[in-house]
Ligand binder design. Structure first.
Ligand code: ADP
Ligand code: MG
Length: 376
């Protein structure tokens, strides 16, 4: 059990006038002009902030943004986020980018102590950063009563529910660029999913393992063996039966799974999109991670869009995880049609894979909020 906001309030005898450190994930995408391109991560923290403020707490928020190298770097200032946050939640303080201090990624205990200095409690709502053993994630629960925010609690409940008791059939749809990023999660999903549908750039390493020529498509030669072993194990993995490819002269061609040496497979074909759509339509639970093709190019967005639409129309409990897949769903305007769109890319995969995260563990082990004696 993760300690809740309510248990934190109880541990502190109420939150009125209490100073609470909130670790949020305000790692928002910034446009070339340095402006916030998408503020969904700020909005996602508002239920927790709103609750804390309504209880009378004084909220000090902190976050990282991008990858500054352990020293102040104006390109990664949280100033634009502070301005936007001020519109939604006036009066909430926001510290400067945690990664301006090398102690954040180095998990320096002195940084954790500085962060909690003067604070009575700590709330982690930064799901997207909770797979990292960074100072602001694992440090504060050692010093002050701590709790999971609403977003973190929801993410943990939904994603752990996929491992524990998915409504069947449970269909996992996986895509994205690199198969090496996803083999761990495929392994974990094969223990619980009824079908694993594979598209995206990663399908070509599987197709190559079956001996199909994949032309100039994405291919990870050092993963062919691992993919071949998975296929031979009889695992319920479904691969595309047709591919949309780019041929010389910027020609878009439809092919089966045997690609000409000059062709690059950049999307699943319409036949595969329909097959995947049928399986999604009759599922009880669907987890989708990773685009089916190079969806940033409209010529190769059809497969990703078809899968997004199939999820939107399905009666299944639908979960989208992964930064780019979530972005695709928002781009198609279908995010509200999903039961859950995870705010964490790496974190959602790691939670499904491992069943736990360093940030969750730290909250459970935190003294004083009742989380420590109710494990699981
Ligand atoms: P997520 O962030 O959802 O986990 P990934 O980061 O694994 O997804 O992969 C997303 C990227 O994969 C996207 O930029 C997309 O264009 C790319 N991609 C998907 N399929 C292909 C393909 N067939 N060829 C090249 N790139 C692809
Ligand atoms: Mg990604």
């Amino acid at each position: 059990m993760l300690p809740t906001l309510e248990s934190l309030s109880a541990a502190l005898g109420g939150l009125a006038g209490r100073r609470v450190l909130l670790r949020a994930d305000f790692n928002v995408p910034l446009g070339d002009d340095g402006r916030i391109a998408d503020d969904f991560r700020i909005k996602a923290a508002l239920p927790t902030i709103g609750w804390l403020v309504a209880q009378g707490a004084e909220v000090v928020a902190c976050s990282h943004l991008g990858r500054p190298e352990g020293k102040p770097d104006s390109r990664y200032s949280l100033a634009p986020v502070r301005a936007r946050l001020g519109e939604f939640a006036p009066g909430v303080e926001l510290l400067e980018n945690l990664r301006f201090d090398a102690g954040e990624t180095g998990n320096d205990d002195r940084l954790a102590q500085r962060l909690v200095d003067g604070c009575h409690g700590y709330v982690n709502d930064a799901f997207g950063a909770s797979h990292r053993s960074h100072a602001s994630i694992v440090g504060p629960p050692r010093y002050v009563p701590s709790a999971a925010g609403r977003l973190l609690a929801k993410e943990a409940e939904v994603l752990l529910g996929l491992r524990a008791k998915p409504k069947r059939p449970f269909v996992a749809v996986l895509g994205g660029a690199k198969v090496s990023d996803k083999l761990g999660v495929i392994d974990a999903l094969l223990k619980t999913a009824d079908e694993v549908l594979v598209g995206g750039g990663m399908c070509f390493t599987f197709l190559a393992a079956l001996g199909h020529p994949v032309g100039g498509s994405l291919l990870q030669g050092d993963q062919i063996e691992a993919c071949g072993r998975l296929l031979q194990s009889g695992a319920p993995i479904r691969l595309p039966s047709d591919i949309t490819a780019l041929a010389p002269g910027e020609r878009v061609v439809q092919a089966g799974v045997e690609l000409h040496p000059d062709w690059r497979g950049l999307d699943i074909g319409p036949g595969t999109a329909a097959e995947f759509g049928d399986l999604i339509a009759t599922a009880g639970t669907v987890l989708w991670n990773g685009p089916m093709g190079l969806f940033e190019d409209p010529r190769f967005a059809a497969g990703t869009k078809a899968v997004a639409q199939a999820l939107a129309a399905s009666r299944a409990f639908t979960v989208v995880g992964g930064g780019d897949s979530a972005a695709a769903v928002r781009q198609f305007g279908l995010d509200r049609e999903m039961d859950h769109v995870s705010t964490g890319g790496g974190a959602s995969l790691e939670l499904i894979e491992q069943g736990d995260l360093p940030g969750l563990r730290a909250l459970r082990e935190s003294a004083g909020t009742g989380g420590e004696d109710r494990d699981g």
